[in-house]
Design a protein around this ligand. Structure first.
Ligand code: FES
Length: 109
């Protein structure tokens, strides 16, 4: 597994989630308080695009059924829910190491 350049620090603002591709995989890149996170783009519940999700601290919330995933660990913070029906995400969110060199954001895939 190697680090690959996915973006410049100029491409993403604090509190933003953007789509990236690395190693042939469709991922998301998020910035929270100057910290960058990379994760799979599809929600582990039913595959909704998490680039359309919302950031809550260091977690991303899927807007479809409100599942919440920690971007540092990928762990589920809150299970999905539809009205009164509690559901389960199939897996944790896959997350990937990120580093910044000069102005380049690199993700290891
Ligand atoms: S698809 Fe993301 S919570 Fe259901």
């Amino acid at each position: 597994m190697d680090y690959v350049r996915v973006a410049s620090v100029k491409d993403i603002s604090p509190g933003q989630i953007v789509p990236i591709e690395a190693g042939g995989q469709k991922l998301l890149l998020a910035q929270v308080d100057g910290q960058y996170y990379a994760a799979q783009r599809k929600c582990p519940h039913l595959g909704f695009n998490l680039c359309r999700g919302k950031l809550e601290g260091g977690s991303v919330v899927c807007v479809l059924h409100k599942a919440k995933f920690d971007l540092a660990t990928g762990k589920i913070d809150r299970d999905p829910k539809l009205l009164f029906i509690n559901m389960k995400a199939k897996t944790d969110l896959a997350v990937y190491p990120v580093k910044v060199e000069d102005e380049d954001i690199l993700v290891r895939v």
